[in-house]
Every structure is written in structure tokens, then in C-alpha cells.
Design a protein around this ligand. Structure first.
Ligand code: ZN
Length: 342
């Protein structure tokens, strides 16, 4: 699953930033540039699914625009048009060649070579590296010198959800700009404006990240969740077989996004723990399953639910490695179906 670039989906407005929750970062960065204090290397970091990359693209356009206002690209000049067509030679985007894989040293070498050539337009040259945590060690080392002393009028923007995975020497050469999760109310309002069904539920399931919530609804994530949660409940009452179910979890669930189904289950287990500890229904994430969740929680003791959570966390950790996914998910579903119930 990738977070959609909304700029292409919604009618373009020449008033930045695209998302209302990014206003303070926009003001901060535009004011830095207007005062000639913009760093050559920027690291945009914060939770996934809140529009950091879209922000970086918009900011790049403003830097590259030939007739920018104090805080907006003009949207009309040749540079703006080339950027919108995705063909501006001064605007480079480095991503892994294969989704989920590393950014390799050859890609960075090629970038450095391009940067040694003369710029085409009159504005800045901007390079977006995303996700920057995908840079492997060699690629990172190769980038260090460029980050320290890029060619004139060149800005490198690194975008990451996991900045701690970046080499410390990379981080220390950038100005780190944190992007915060928007307030729930603001996100719900925005999702409603985009005509998103079940906005509040989708937002809760995506830990408050509005673009992730849109993707979840767009990609039928809620339907797949319903299907898997039905199976999850059937496993608890012995109506389904864990070994057969695992294949479905991997086929239907993991195609949405690796480990997403296990994260849903994690939120289910945490809801059970909240309930067993006397928490109110409002504190639950899976409010649409409150009834069934409470019934199942009543049949088990808190200690065994914590044991289940440990098992799940081990499973999630291992599915990130080359371990056999099928066996891992089977083992976990078996643990759940075999839990001692009263
Ligand atoms: Zn322009």
C-alpha cells in the first residue's frame, strides 16, 4: 500500500500547504528561505500517512518556481508546468527501485553525477529522497559529502517515518523538521470533506493518520478487516481451523500491506486488555466490534491475553525477516484458537 498523492486527485489550489495541519511547518520553512536561512539538507520526519512527501513536493515546487510569491509557487511558469508533468530536470526523486527494498549506492552515485551538471532553470534544484531510511550503508556513506556541501542552490529533502533507522551521521547533517499527527477533530473534518465513509473508524484503525485512513477505505481495507475478524472470532469458538485460516490471512490480508492484519489483531488484543482492566468502551479502537470483543474477553484471563500479545509481537517482528510467514501466522492463530477459555 502506498499513500496516494492527493495533489493529483483533488483540484489544485495555489495556496499552500495542501493539508491544513501542515501550516506551521510551511510557514517555518518559507520564512527560513525568505531570510536566506534554509539548510541545504532537510529531514522531514514523523508518523506515516500524514502527507510528508506531498508537502516535500509542494515545497520543492515553490523552491523551483521561477516567479514564486513569498509563500506560494505561481503554478503557471514553465518550471511549475514541468514539475506538474513530472519532467523538470532540476527536480529529482530518489526512491528504492523496488518497493520495500533498499536505495542503493549506484542510485546515489548517479544522483551525484547529475548534480555535477549545470542546473536547467533559474530556481533551486531539489532532490527528494524517500523513504530516506531505505538508504543502505554504502548509499548513506556516499551521500554524506553531498549533504555537507551540496552544489549551490541545491536542497536535499529526506523524508522518513523511521528517522532512527537513518545513520546518525546523515541525521546530524540535516535540519530535522518534525511533522505531527493532526488533531482527531481536524482529520475527521478533512476526511468528511473528501466524502470518506466511516471516517472516524478508519482514522482510529490507522492511529490517527488521515491519508492512511483514506488508503484503507479506498483499498477496501475495512472489508478485508471484516473478513479476517470474522475468521478470528470463528477460530475462538472452534468453527475454523487455524492452519487453513493462515493461508487466507496471508493472501487477503498481507496483500493490503504486510503485517497490517496483525496490527489490527494487535489493536483487538489491546482492546481486550483495556476491557479486562475495566476500561470504558470509548477507550477502545475497534468500537464496531465492541460486543463480540467483550464476550471473548470475558472467557479468558488477563495473564493469557498478555501471553497472546507477546506471541503476536514476536510474530510481527519475525515476519519482517525472511522467516516463513505461513508458519509464523499459523503458529499465532493456533495459539489464539487454543487459548484456555471458560
Ligand atoms: Zn512557477
Amino acid at each position: 500500500m502506498t499513500f496516494n498523492s492527493l495533489s493529483s486527485l483533488y483540484s489544485r489550489k495555489w495556496c499552500n500547504p495542501l493539508y491544513s495541519w501542515q501550516t506551521s511547518n510551511w510557514q517555518k520553512l518559507t520564512s527560513s528561505r525568505n531570510n536566506n536561512r534554509l539548510a541545504h539538507g532537510l529531514l522531514f520526519y514523523g508518523p506515516a500517512g500524514i502527507g510528508k512527501k506531498d508537502f516535500a513536493t509542494e515545497f520543492a515546487q515553490w523552491l523551483i518556481c521561477e516567479q514564486p510569491s513569498a509563500d506560494n509557487a505561481c503554478g503557471k511558469c514553465k518550471s511549475c508546468q514541468l514539475i506538474q508533468g513530472g519532467t523538470h530536470p532540476d527536480f529529482l526523486h530518489i526512491t528504492p527501485e523496488e518497493e520495500g527494498k533498499a536505495i542503493k549506492v549506484d542510485q546515489i552515485r548517479e544522483l551525484i553525477e547529475k548534480m555535477s551538471l549545470k542546473k536547467h532553470g533559474q530556481g533551486h534544484r531539489v532532490i527528494i529522497i524517500s523513504p530516506a531510511d531505505a538508504l543502505n550503508t554504502n548509499a548513506s556513506n556516499s551521500l554524506l559529502k553531498t549533504l555537507e556541501e551540496p552544489p549551490a542552490n541545491t536542497v536535499l529533502i529526506l523524508v522518513s517515518d523511521k528517522p532512527s533507522k537513518l545513520m546518525a551521521t546523515i541525521r546530524s547533517r540535516t535540519q530535522m523538521i518534525r511533522f505531527e499527527l493532526p488533531q482527531t477533530e481536524q482529520s475527521v473534518q478533512w476526511l468528511n470533506q473528501q466524502n470518506i465513509d466511516k471516517a472516524e473508524l478508519a482514522l482510529k484503525l490507522c492511529s490517527g493518520a488521515p491519508l492512511a485512513a483514506i488508503d484503507m477505505v479506498d483499498e477496501e481495507g475495512l472489508l478485508i478487516r471484516d473478513k479476517l475478524f470474522k475468521n478470528w472470532q470463528d477460530l475462538a469458538i472452534g468453527r475454523e481451523d487455524a492452519l487453513e485460516s493462515a493461508a487466507m490471512w496471508i493472501k487477503d490480508g498481507f496483500k493490503v500491506k504486510a503485517n497490517l492484519p496483525l496490527n489490527w489483531v494487535s489493536s483487538w488484543i489491546l482492546d481486550m486488555i483495556r476491557f479486562l482492566q475495566g476500561g470504558h468502551i470509548d477507550t477502545m479502537v475497534n468500537v464496531d466490534y465492541a460486543q463480540s470483543l467483550q464476550n471473548l474477553a470475558r472467557q479468558v484471563d488477563l495473564k493469557s491475553v498478555y501471553g497472546l500479545l507477546d506471541r503476536l509481537n514476536d510474530t510481527i517482528r519475525l515476519t519482517d525477516t525472511p522467516a516463513n510467514q505461513q508458519m509464523l501466522v499459523e503458529g499465532f492463530l493456533l495459539h489464539w484458537s487454543g487459548l484456555k477459555r471458560s
